[in-house]
Design a binder for this molecule. Structure first.
Ligand SMILES: Cc1cc2nc3c(=O)[nH]c(=O)nc-3n(C[C@H](O)[C@H](O)[C@H](O)COP(=O)(O)OP(=O)(O)OC[C@H]3O[C@@H](n4cnc5c(N)ncnc54)[C@H](O)[C@@H]3O)c2cc1C
Length: 640
């Protein structure tokens, strides 16, 4: 261990490891900061965590998301290296669903609406349900604190449609009421904290945090930033000047050009900014798109209020990919902005409560937030709906000829042991690129279409810290860090709901959210996702931890932050297969709808139908729900 590692606290016994000899370690309370032990990462990986019947997955720390134990069988299948014994006799159900994300759970819900006495088996490779909608639960100084491990908001570029809005209503979720009564969007500003930008020395030549974005003119804000005078001037001009950089063109002509150029090219070639502005803006698109400004179209960022467009007089109207329109979004209200403290994990938990009531105590939308799920109840013999975790589907086929088949079968691997389940139909609510490996008999064109969709890799890191006095001292609650390992850092948002109360005192522990988009500027978007995915799968927890400690130390050190003393737990939610792929006008053809890969890819195949947000080419919860509904309607049609 280097002296620097010690200074950062790499030797501290924090809650950071998933498994000690296969036994889950709950996130530590600060009062009892010494945990039952720390294992090395190699040991944690070797544990190859099977689903622990008595464990409480939301409380696990360390590498989560695609956690050790969840992906190995799938990767072996991909590599043609999965020798499985023949499974025993198949269990039989009315419906088997692969994937316990929002789409798979919603599919079970919709099927039971149509067939109330149906018996359903849901399989998922993770040790927790919810898919991307995962819950990170900590107990800090005796108090529950929650964060989303993935999906945060009940938001979408478009208003929720009839199907998804109705499901929310049925689950008792009224996002408008909840936002009005529970969200405290202005809490941090009410105590004088603002937004900041951290310039790191590797990218900008010096470490420097500047604070007051949106509160000061840009020239003043950037006065001490490690940028050249020309770059400072151009950033201020882009934000503040109302210049038409595309004179002589109609709004429509401008939009057509903007749709086909990256935001980087717009800044440098059209707005004629000094190329030195690029590193400053590069990561502005990371959170929403998972790639930098080299790979996101200028027209797409315009409705998000990115700078440089204010003098172009663009008429309101949809941007190509996200469906936002500058006035349309405001006029329709868009979708909702409320989120539960654990994000849409609460929606997954409400669905599970409806499907397997014994597993989830409580009755209300509010009490779902603090309910402790009983994971032993998820897969009870004889229950009408069973959710079987730690189970990776490795083969799916129609029993008999696709056209005349009366059943479909799933073979899955559970702790390396094969098992089979049959249903009158199977819904694949799993990731589209997995499906060609599961169903090699699919038509070649459909398999190509399914493979086309390369999901966006992302990391959502939750860091528990002892107090947030450093944030107070620096006057900041949210930091954009364009050159750093994680490109954003922010204090947990304030939501009070039911018995759950967010932190108010800077002397109390709190959770910090850090986001990383592992991308490779210069490549096309899908290639960037592939490279990023490889990076995530080959990064050890220690490497993540070192980067987290180093970044927080350099950013918050001037406010008194000591990473060795102040960090008490780390959960790295690693999503190598994150957002569903949304076509990118910079790189993808301008297909007609019926030619689009997600439309070709989701065609039913005998008794097998396909759900999941991939099959709607939209990385949103309403899309996952809508696709579940379509897949179930197809099942009903096949069965009748
Ligand atoms: C970091 C992150 C943040 C997000 N934030 C938001 C947000 O704020 N708002 C929003 O609306 N959307 C957000 N999304 C998008 C999110 O993906 C969707 O909202 C939605 O949760 C997708 O649900 P799904 O069921 O379609 O897919 P998933 O959640 O991916 O669920 C599919 C499940 O199938 C499992 N599976 C795959 N293959 C197999 C197999 N062979 N056998 C068994 N199981 C398998 C997967 O492991 C997974 O658990 C976010 C996504 C990520 C990654």
């Amino acid at each position: 261990m280097r002296a620097d590692d010690r200074r950062l606290g790499m030797d501290r016994p924090i809650a950071r490891r998933d498994f000690l000899n296969g036994i889950a370690i709950a996130a530590g309370s600060i009062a009892s900061a010494t945990l039952p032990g720390v294992v090395t990462e190699s040991l944690a990986n070797e544990a190859a965590a099977p689903a622990q019947p008595n464990s409480y997955p939301p409380g696990l720390t360390g590498l989560r998301g695609s956690h050790p134990g969840s992906f190995e069988a799938a990767h072996k299948l991909r590599d043609g290296d999965l020798p499985l014994q023949a499974p025993g006799a198949a269990e039989t159900y009315d419906l088997v669903i692969v994937g316990a994300g929002i789409s798979g759970l919603a599919a079970a819900y919709f099927y039971r609406e149509r067939k109330p006495s149906a018996r359903i088996l849901i399989l998922d490779n993770h040790d927790d349900f919810g898919g991307h909608a995962k819950r990170n639960e900590f107990e800090l100084a005796g108090r529950m604190q929650l964060m989303n491990g993935g999906t945060l908001g009940i938001d979408s570029p478009r208003p929720y449609g009839v199907v998804a809005a109705r499901l929310l209503r049925k689950l008792g979720v009224d996002p408008i009421r909840l936002d009005a009564t529970c969200a405290r969007h202005d809490f941090y500003s009410s105590i004088g904290l603002g937004r900041g930008i951290f310039f790191d020395r590797k990218t900008f030549g010096a470490d420097k945090l500047i604070v007051g974005v949106g509160m000061k003119p840009w020239a003043e804000l950037l006065a001490d930033a490690p940028l050249t005078p020309a770059v400072r001037t151009d950033i201020a001009r882009l934000y503040e000047a109302k210049i038409d950089y595309m004179p002589g063109l109609s709004s429509q002509q401008k939009k057509e050009q903007l749709a086909r150029m990256s935001y980087r090219d717009f800044l440098v070639n059209i707005a004629r900014a000094d190329p030195g502005v690029t590193p400053f803006f590069q990561a502005r698109t990371h959170g929403e798109w998972g790639v930098g400004i080299d790979a996101v179209g200028a027209l797409e960022v315009w409705p998000f209020g990115f700078p440089g467009f204010q003098g172009l007089n663009l008429e309101p109207g949809a941007a190509p990919r996200m469906g936002f329109s500058a006035s349309g979004y405001a006029a329709t209200g868009g979708s909702y902005k409320f989120h539960f403290p654990d994000g849409n994990a609460s929606i997954a938990r409400l669905l599970v409560r409806s499907l397997v009531p014994a597993s989830m105590p409580g009755r209300s939308t509010e009490d779902i937030v603090t309910a402790t799920a009983d994971y032993r109840e998820l897969d009870r013999h004889g229950a009408p709906v069973r959710i079987r975790l730690g189970s990776t589907a490795v083969a799916v086929r129609n029993v008999g000829d696709g056209g005349s088949a009366r059943e479909a079968e799933v073979i899955y691997s559970r702790n390396g042991t094969p098992a089979a389940a049959r249903g009158k139909a199977v819904v694949l609510a799993c990731w589209n690129m997995m499906i060609p490996y599961l169903c090699p008999e699919l038509p070649a064109a459909q398999k190509d279409a399914l493979r086309y969709l390369v999901k966006t890799p992302l990391v959502y890191t939750s860091v528990a810290i002892r107090n947030w006095r450093a944030f107070m001292a620096l006057g900041v609650h949210e930091i954009y860090a364009p050159g750093s390992y994680h490109s954003s850092v922010r204090l947990n948002e304030t939501v009070d709901i039911g018995d759950y109360a967010s932190v108010r005192s800077p002397d109390d522990p709190i959770l910090v959210r850090m986001v990383r988009a592992p991308c490779k500027p210069g490549l096309d978007e899908r290639e960037q996702h592939r490279v990023g995915r490889g990076e995530l799968m080959s990064t050890s927890f220690e490497a993540f931890e070192h980067n987290i400690r180093d970044q927080l130390a350099r950013t918050l050190g001037p406010g008194g932050f000591d990473p060795a003393a102040d960090i008490v737990a780390i959960t790295v939610n690693r999503w190598p297969h994150g957002y569903a792929y949304e076509y990118n006008p910079l790189f993808d053809p301008d297909w007609n709808e019926h030619e689009q890969p997600h439309v070709i890819g989701r065609a039913p195949f005998g008794r097998i139908t396909i759900a999941n947000s991939d099959s709607g080419a939209g990385a949103y919860t309403d899309c996952a729900i809508d696709q579940a509904h379509r897949a179930i309607e197809e099942v009903i049609a096949i069965e009748s």
